[in-house]
Design a protein around this ligand. Structure first.
Ligand code: PLP
Length: 462
C-alpha cells in the first residue's frame, strides 16, 4: 500500500494563490491612527514596497520568482502522507492524510515565507531584518533564510519560550542571527513593559512592538521588519502547501476531501493548506475547513471581529480581525506560536463569512493527541501542531460514530524536537489546562473601546 505521495521539483507550484481575489465579500482596509484607510507609503518604513504591493494585491495568481523557487526546492515539494497507523488505532473508517511541513531545515512551514520575504527585501536593497518569534520556529526560519540570502537578522524571542526552548536560540546563532529575550532593554517598548511587570512571560504582541521599533529607528534606512504570520502576503506565500496537497491527493486516488484542518496562531499554516481548497468551497465543493486554536487564547471562538492593533505598543495599523485585545497576555502554554491575541484578516473574514468553522481545544487533550501520534506514526510534533492532530482525532472518531468514510487532511506544521520540555512536563503530569474566564476576556476587550468597528460582511451562503 502506498502511503507517501511525492511530487518532483518540476511539479512545484509556479504561482501563489491569493484568496482576497475570490472572497465573496471584499476585505476591509487597514486603518491609520486617524481612522482613515492607510496608503501603501505609510507602511514603507516597515516593509519594502515589493512586499507592500503583494499585501494589497487583488490578483488571484502571483508568479513565484525563479530564484525563490530554487530556494524552496531545498526541501519542497513536501510529502503528503497517509496516517494509516493512526487510523487503525482509532478504528475509524476515515482516511487521514497530512502534509508534512516539518521536513524544512528549520523544521516547520515558516521558511516558505521566510525565504520569500528575505529575497524581496534583498532585492529592495535592505541589509538587515528584525522580527519577533514565539516558539522560535519563525525566528529560526528567518535566520535560515537570511543566511541563505546574505542579510543580517535580529530576533526578539518571547521570554517564556526563550527559557523553555533554549536550543531554538542556538539554531538561530548557528545560522548567524542574533536572538534576545523579549521584553528587552534594547527598545523603549520593551523597557516600558519591564518597568510595569519585570516578571512578565512576554507575548508576541510585545515582541512585535520591539522588532518594529528596532527597524523604524535605524537611521541608515537599511533595516526592515518581517512578520511570520497574520499579514496577507504571508498567507499568500504559504499557499504552496495546499496547491501541492491538491495534486498529491489526486495521486492518492482521492477525488474529494471532506475536512481540512490546521492549527491557527496568526493563521499562516492554516491558510497555506486551506486557501486553495477554500477556493473550491466558494465554487460549490462541500468541505469543512477548521482552524484550531488553544482554549487558553480563544481568538476565533470567543473574541469579536474588530479593528485592533497587531502589537501592544500600537505600532501596527488597525487591522480588521478577530482579536482578544492587543494587551491580552495569554497563559504560558507550550504552544508558544499560538499565543497571539489577533488573527490574520483573511482568515478572520473567512470565519465571518462562514467558510471556516473554528474550534478551540485545551492543552492536555492536545498533548494526549501528540503522544498518540508519536506512538502510532512515530513523529514527535510541535505543540502547535498537536492542536491540528487533536481536532483530526475528534473528526475521525465522529466519522466512526457516523460510519462514514471521510477524507481528512491536516497540516503537520512542524516537528517538536526542540519542544521536548513540554512533552516531559506533560508525561510527568505537570501541565494544566487554562481557560480565561468571561470577565478576563471582557476586561481584555475593553482596550478597543472607541475604536472604529469593521462591518460584518457575509453573503449568508455558508
Ligand atoms: C510549528 C508551528 N505551527 C503553527 C504555528 C502557528 O503559526 P501560524 O498560525 O502562523 O501558522 C507556529 C508558530 O510559531 C509554529 O511554529
Amino acid at each position: 500500500m502506498t502511503i507517501k505521495f511525492f511530487l518532483d521539483e518540476k511539479e512545484m507550484p509556479k504561482q501563489w494563490y491569493n484568496l482576497a481575489a475570490d472572497l465573496p465579500s471584499p476585505m476591509q482596509p487597514p486603518l491609520g491612527p486617524d481612522g482613515k484607510p492607510i496608503s501603501p507609503d505609510m507602511l514603507a518604513p516597515v516593509f519594502p514596497m515589493n512586499l507592500i504591493e503583494q499585501e494589497v494585491s487583488q490578483e488571484r495568481w502571483i508568479d513565484i520568482p525563479e530564484e525563490i523557487m530554487k530556494l524552496l526546492s531545498i526541501w519542497r515539494p513536501s510529502p503528503l502522507q497517509r496516517a494509516v497507523r493512526l487510523e487503525q488505532a482509532l478504528g475509524t473508517p476515515a482516511r487521514i492524510y497530512f502534509k508534512n511541513e516539518s521536513v524544512s531545515p528549520p523544521g516547520s512551514h515558516k521558511p516558505n515565507t521566510a525565504v520569500a520575504q528575505a529575497w524581496y527585501n534583498k532585492q529592495f536593497g535592505i541589509k538587515r531584518l528584525t522580527t519577533e518569534t514565539g516558539a522560535g520556529q519563525w525566528g529560526s526560519a528567518l535566520a535560515f533564510a537570511c543566511s541563505l540570502i546574505g542579510l543580517e537578522c535580529k530576533v526578539y524571542m518571547v521570554r517564556i519560550s526563550f527559557d523553555q526552548k533554549p536550543f531554538r536560540k542556538v539554531m538561530m546563532h548557528t545560522w548567524g542571527a542574533e536572538c534576545i529575550p523579549s521584553p528587552s532593554t534594547d527598545t523603549k517598548a520593551g523597557q516600558e513593559v519591564l518597568d510595569r511587570d519585570p516578571d512578565t512571560p512576554g507575548s508576541l504582541g510585545i515582541a512585535i512592538s520591539e522588532a518594529i521599533e528596532d527597524a523604524v529607528t535605524d537611521e541608515t534606512g537599511k533595516t526592515r521588519y518581517t512578520l511570520g504570520s497574520v499579514l496577507n502576503h504571508v498567507m499568500l506565500h504559504q499557499t504552496v502547501i495546499g496547491l501541492e496537497a491538491k495534486k498529491q491527493l489526486k495521486l492518492a486516488g482521492e477525488k474529494n476531501v471532506d475536512v481540512i484542518i490546521g492549527c491557527a496562531g496568526g493563521g499562516s499554516n492554516f491558510a497555506g493548506l486551506s486557501f486553495p481548497f477554500a477556493s473550491d468551497k466558494i465554487n460549490g465543493a462541500k468541505i469543512e475547513i477548521i482552524p484550531v486554536e488553544p482554549a487558553s487564547c480563544p481568538t476565533l471562538t470567543r473574541a469579536p471581529f474588530v479593528y485592533d492593533h497587531g502589537d501592544i505598543a500600537k505600532m501596527t495599523p488597525l487591522l480588521p480581525m478577530h482579536s482578544l485585545g492587543h494587551d491580552f497576555v495569554p497563559a504560558p502554554i507550550h504552544a508558544g506560536g499560538l499565543r497571539y491575541h489577533g488573527m490574520s484578516p483573511l482568515v478572520s473574514q473567512g470565519v465571518v463569512e462562514g467558510l471556516f468553522t473554528p474550534m478551540a481545544i485545551q492543552q492536555l487533550e492536545c498533548f494526549e493527541a501528540a503522544l498518540m501520534f508519536a506512538r502510532t506514526e512515530g513523529m514527535i510534533i510541535a505543540p502547535e501542531t498537536s492542536h491540528a492532530v487533536a481536532a483530526t482525532i475528534r473528526k475521525a472518531r465522529e466519522a466512526k460514530e457516523e460510519g462514514k468514510e471521510k477524507v481528512i487532511l491536516f497540516n503537520l506544521s512542524g516537528h517538536g524536537l526542540m519542544d521536548l520540555n513540554g512533552y516531559e512536563s506533560f508525561i510527568h503530569g505537570k501541565l494544566a489546562d487554562y481557560v480565561p474566564t468571561q470577565e478576563e476576556v471582557e476586561r481584555a476587550l475593553k482596550v478597543m473601546n472607541g475604536y472604529p468597528r469593521p462591518e460584518i460582511r457575509k453573503t449568508g451562503k455558508w
